[in-house]
Design a protein around this ligand. Structure first.
Ligand SMILES: Cc1cc2nc3c(=O)[nH]c(=O)nc-3n(C[C@H](O)[C@H](O)[C@H](O)COP(=O)(O)OP(=O)(O)OC[C@H]3O[C@@H](n4cnc5c(N)ncnc54)[C@H](O)[C@@H]3O)c2cc1C
Length: 458
C-alpha cells in the first residue's frame, strides 16, 4: 500500500509539470498566496472580470498540492459552521441567501468545468447520510427538522428508510438515511489542475516552487524575492498557521483517506451503489466516502485530528493506526470489501477558525484579503469565496459581498499546550460517544458528545 505521495488523486494523474518560480523582485496588480482552489478561483474571476490586471499566484510546491488536490471529492452545498451564529451577526435572511448561494455554487463549478473543458469525473448524484444506531437515527430526524426550519423542502432533503436505501446502496446496519441532491462527486486533482490551466489561459501567472515568508499590505515576501502589489490575498487555509503571526488563526485540522483497488464485480453487486452519490454517516467522528469513476471506494475520516504546534504533514503521509481505523470502518460499512486491497492512504489539512465558521475578508484600506476556514466543506465554498474576494478587490458591491460570512472578526485559538489538549480531548470524547451509542439499548446522543460540543465551541 502506498502512503502519502500527496494523495491518490495526484498520484493517479502523475507528477505535474512544474511552473517556473518567481524570478526575483517584481510588481503586479493582485498577488495571491496559495495555489489551491481559493487562490485559483479568486484569480479566475478576477481575470475574467478584468483581463487587463496583472494577477499572480505564489505557490510553495505546485498548484493543487494542498487540500484541494487531496480531498474526498464532495462538491457539496453544505455550509460549515453554526447557521445560528452567522444569523446572530447578520440576520436570518442573510443566512438563507448564503445557503442558496452554496447550492448555486455547486452548479457554477460544474458549468465552469464544462465550459473550460475540465473533465473531473463530475457526476451530480447527491449525497446519502446514513444512521446506523438509534442515537444516530434520532440525530437524523432532528437534522431534517432543523433543515426544514431553515427553508429546506422535500426537493432539498428527504428521508429513506432502510429498505429504500438498500435499493440504492447497501450499508451494513443502516436504519435510515437522508438524501440531498445538492452534491456532485469529483476527482479533486483533475478539478484543481483543470482550474489552474484555465486560470493560466486567462493570463494569470502561477509562480510554483515559491514560498511566501511574510504576507503584508502591499507585498508578499518570498524565498525568491518580493512581489509587490496593491492587493494581496492570503489563500492558505490549513497552511495559514505556517506564516509568522498567524499560528493561532486557523487550526490545521487533519483529515485522512484510503482508497481501495477497483471493486470486483461480485463486491460491487453486493454493495449496489449504481449512481455515484457520495456517502456519509451521522457518527460524531464521521466518515465520508465516494465511488470513483474507475469503481474504487475512497473513504475518509479524522484520524489523528491535530499535530502539536499547528504542524502539518509531510507530503500527505498518514499514521498506520489511522489507515487501520479507516480500513476497519470500510469493512464495517461494506463487509463485502473485506478481501479488497487498500491501495493508497494519505492525509491533508483543512482550516478551522475558533468559532468553526467560514470567513471571507478584505480591507480596502490595506488591500489585504483572505478566505478560508471552510472546516471540511471547502470544495464548493472555495468557488463562492473566490468570486466574493474578486468582487471585493474590484470594489464592487454585489449580492456576494453582502453574504453573511464577509468581514467576520474571529478570536484566535488558545496557545499550546491548551490547543493540542483541547482538540485531542474533543475527539477522544466524540469517539467515546460513538462507542457508547453503538451499545444495544442506547437511544440518544451520548452526553460525552455534548461535553465535546461545549469544549470545542462549535
Ligand atoms: C483529506 C481531506 C478531505 C476533504 N474532503 C472534502 C470534501 O470532500 N469536500 C469538501 O468540500 N471539502 C473537503 N475538504 C476540504 C477542502 O479540500 C479544503 O477546504 C479546500 O480545498 C481548501 O482550499 P484552499 O485553496 O483554501 O487551500 P489548499 O488547497 O490547502 O491550498 C493552499 C496552498 O497553499 C500552498 N502553501 C502553503 N504554504 C505556503 C506558503 N508559505 N507560500 C506559498 N504557498 C503556500 C500549499 O502548497 C497549497 O497548495 C477536505 C480536506 C482534506 C484535507
Amino acid at each position: 500500500m502506498r502512503n502519502g505521495d500527496v494523495s491518490f488523486w495526484q498520484h493517479d494523474l502523475g507528477s505535474p509539470a512544474r511552473r517556473a518560480p518567481l524570478a526575483g523582485d517584481d510588481r503586479c496588480d493582485v498577488a495571491i498566496v496559495g495555489g489551491g482552489l481559493t487562490g485559483l478561483w479568486s484569480a479566475y474571476y478576477l481575470a475574467a472580470a478584468r483581463p487587463d490586471l496583472d494577477v499572480r499566484i505564489v505557490e510553495r510546491r505546485f498548484a493543487g498540492y494542498g487540500a484541494s488536490g487531496r480531498n474526498g471529492g464532495w462538491l457539496s452545498a453544505e455550509l460549515s459552521g453554526s447557521r445560528e451564529r452567522y444569523a446572530a451577526a447578520h440576520g436570518r435572511a442573510a443566512v438563507v441567501s448564503l445557503l442558496a448561494a452554496m447550492r448555486e455554487a455547486v452548479d457554477e463549478v460544474i458549468d465552469v468545468a464544462a465550459s473550460e473543458g475540465i473533465d473531473a469525473d463530475i457526476v451530480k448524484a447527491g449525497t446519502y447520510v446514513v444512521a446506523r444506531n438509534r442515537a444516530q437515527l434520532a440525530r437524523l430526524h432532528a437534522d431534517v427538522a432543523w433543515q426544514r426550519d431553515w427553508g429546506a423542502t422535500d426537493a432539498d432533503v428527504r428521508v429513506l428508510d432502510a429498505a429504500e436505501l438498500d435499493g440504492e446502496l447497501r450499508v451494513a446496519g443502516a436504519r435510515a438515511a437522508t438524501f440531498t441532491p445538492h452534491c456532485a462527486r469529483v476527482h479533486p486533482a483533475k478539478l484543481v489542475r483543470g482550474v489552474a490551466a484555465a486560470v493560466e489561459r486567462r493570463g494569470v501567472t502561477i509562480h510554483e516552487g515559491t514560498t511566501a515568508l511574510a504576507v503584508e499590505a502591499g507585498a508578499v515576501r518570498t524565498d525568491r524575492g518580493t512581489l509587490r502589489a496593491r492587493h494581496v490575498l492570503r489563500c492558505l487555509e490549513g497552511f495559514t498557521a505556517g506564516l509568522p503571526g498567524a499560528r493561532r488563526e486557523w487550526l490545521p485540522m487533519n483529515s485522512s483517506m484510503i482508497v481501495t483497488a477497483a471493486l470486483p464485480a461480485d463486491v460491487r453487486a453486493a454493495i449496489g451503489w449504481r449512481d455515484p452519490a457520495t456517502l456519509g454517516d451521522f457518527a460524531h467522528a464521521y466518515v465520508y466516502a465516494q465511488l470513483t469513476a474507475d469503481g474504487r471506494i475512497a473513504l475518509g475520516g479524522r484520524g489523528n485530528p491535530y499535530r502539536f504546534g499547528s504542524r502539518t504533514d509531510v507530503d500527505g503521509r498518514t499514521q498506520p493506526g489511522t489507515v487501520a481505523a479507516l480500513t476497519a470502518m470500510l469493512h464495517d460499512l461494506f463487509p463485502a470489501t473485506a478481501g479488497v486491497a487498500v491501495e493508497h492512504a494519505w492525509c491533508g489539512v483543512l482550516g478551522v477558525p475558533r468559532d468553526w465558521c467560514t470567513t471571507v475578508a478584505y480591507d480596502a484600506g490595506t488591500g489585504l484579503g483572505t478566505a478560508g476556514g471552510y472546516v471540511g466543506n471547502g470544495l464548493t465554498t472555495t468557488n463562492l469565496a473566490g468570486r466574493t474576494l474578486a468582487d471585493l478587490v474590484l470594489g464592487r458591491e454585489t449580492a456576494l459581498t453582502g453574504l453573511a460570512w464577509v468581514g467576520r472578526d474571529v478570536r484566535r485559538w488558545e496557545p499550546e499546550p491548551l490547543r493540542w489538549q483541547g482538540v485531542q480531548g474533543m475527539y477522544a470524547l466524540y469517539r467515546t460517544a460513538d462507542r457508547r451509542e453503538r451499545r444495544p439499548g442506547s437511544r440518544e446522543t451520548s452526553r460525552w458528545a455534548r461535553v465535546a460540543d461545549r469544549l470545542s465551541g462549535r
